[in-house]
Write a protein that binds this ligand. Structure first.
Ligand SMILES: *Cc1c(COP(=O)(O)O)cnc(C)c1O
Length: 429
């Protein structure tokens, strides 16, 4: 079947033909390709086209697709049964391993998605502090639980509007939205509502508005202010955890969150996520505490086995050096190519995470990200895809490298980009 036929059929039975909206390629005015299999850093669609993959299952894949050791571990696990509804030793092994890699996590609970982990952590923060407000930052994504689907209001008002139909005003009325990197706004919010703020949730490197780095001042204030006011610092590392470094962004930025959210890489591609942190906070969860949280498939043995195999591989010597080197080579090569053809462009990266911006200066918040040249991005995306290179199909998404991206693959990508920047330049010019 062709990609276009598969999409028509999918749309008949699945809203928009996809089970998560960004997969529809709506933002780049295109119909998606359907993947039949993947190996290392390549995806193969149902028409047998091969793509260099810079999406990597939205970051979940960091060891390359269909890694042999992982596949074997999962096959063995599944032959013992898919789910038991009792505890397994595997869960303790994974919990122990994560606690040792991330010392800020003293206890951890496993769930099935980043959304679920955030939702639970926020409930826990409110339950622990007995306070109601959560501060979040514009452009950071924390999954689609009701109280995180909120847009910044205009003007001085820090209270906001639901960003999705079906979310009530009440559901977001206890969420305060501030601009990323806006230190005075954060100080202002704490001055005004300090003793009612349960927690601040933040992406340590914001990877859901392309890629935006935190300023030093912003990180400094996040370290101090919540603590001073008895509020919790919740660092959402669903994207950055095990991607920017083995110890997560918190190890690079030297921050000690009270609660950490993990997802994506943690499961190596199977549905697995987690939230963890200070033992005194985590012990407020049921069955020992009063904050209710549960899940039929939480800590699923197959997913946990996959996560363990994945963690084993990424813990090997030199893993992150290789990934960082490849990521830097890619963004430097693309930047040089763009410059040569007078394309307004800049790029940033940390570990195996990168951002490509069609503007001269690195953005520091969502408003600045929105200034990138959308037409140029879309033209770049579409032409790269036509030439077998798959970048994220939206200007608002980051890019991902896995350990199977080699210097040769990166070079090939940069050569293709040269031709395409040249085309874009001649059309624009
Ligand atoms: C992807 C993501 C989530 C949501 O995770 P899901 O597994 O898609 O529910 C939450 N926070 C961040 C930072 C993410 O990147």
């Amino acid at each position: 079947m062709s990609n276009s036929h598969a999409f028509i059929l999918a749309k008949k039975y699945i809203p928009g033909g996809v089970n998560s909206p960004v997969r529809s390629f709506n933002a780049v005015n295109r119909t998606p390709f359907f993947t039949q299999k993947a190996q290392d850093c390549y995806l193969y669609d149902i028409e047998d086209n091969k793509y260099i993959d810079y999406v990597c299952s939205w970051g979940a894949n960091i060891i390359g697709h269909a890694n042999k050791d992982m596949v074997q571990a999962v096959q063995k696990a599944i032959s013992n049964g898919c789910s038991f509804g009792t505890p397994t030793e595997l869960e303790t092994q994974l919990a122990q391993k994560i606690c040792s890699l991330m010392p800020n996590i003293e206890k951890i609970r496993l769930v099935n998605s980043g959304t679920e982990a955030v939702m639970s952590a926020i409930r826990l923060a409110r339950g622990f502090t007995k306070r109601k407000y959560i501060i979040k930052f514009n452009g950071c994504y924390h999954g689609h639980s009701d109280n995180m689907l909120v847009n910044a209001g205009s003007g001085a008002a820090t209270f906001n509007n639901p960003s999705s139909s079906g979310v009530t005003q009440e559901a977001v009325s206890n969420t305060i939205v501030l601009e990323y990197n806006d230190v005075p706004a954060l100080i202002g919010a704490f001055n005004q509502y300090g003793n009612q703020i349960a927690g601040v949730i933040c992406e340590p490197f914001a990877g859901n508005m392309n890629l935006v780095f935190p300023s030093n001042e912003f990180i400094d204030i996040l370290r101090e202010l919540p603590k001073e006011h008895g509020a919790l610092l919740i660092i959402d590392e669903v994207m950055t955890g095990f991607r920017v470094a083995l110890g997560g962004a918190q190890s690079l930025l030297n921050i000690n969150p009270d609660l950490t959210i993990l997802g994506k890489v943690i499961g190596g591609g199977l549905p697995l996520a987690a939230f963890g942190g200070r033992a005194d906070i985590m012990d407020c969860l049921s069955p020992i505490g009063n904050v209710y949280q549960a899940g039929t498939l939480s800590g699923n043995p197959v997913a946990v086995t996959c996560g363990l195999a994945n963690l084993e591989i990424i813990s090997s010597n030199g893993f992150y050096e290789h990934i960082s080197t490849m990521t830097k080579a890619l963004v430097n090569g693309l930047s040089e190519a763009a410059k040569m053809h007078n394309i307004p462009f800049c790029a940033n990266s940390v570990g195996g995470l990168f951002g490509l911006h069609f503007q001269e200066k690195l953005p520091t918040n969502l408003l600045q990200v929105q200034r990138s040249n959308l037409e140029m991005f879309n033209s770049f995306f579409n032409q790269m895809l036509d030439n077998g290179v798959f970048f994220a199909p939206s200007m608002y998404e980051a890019g991902f490298i896995c350990s199977k991206h080699t210097p040769k693959v990166i070079d090939e990508t940069i050569q293709i980009a040269h031709r395409i920047f040249k085309n874009i330049n001649s059309v624009e010019g």
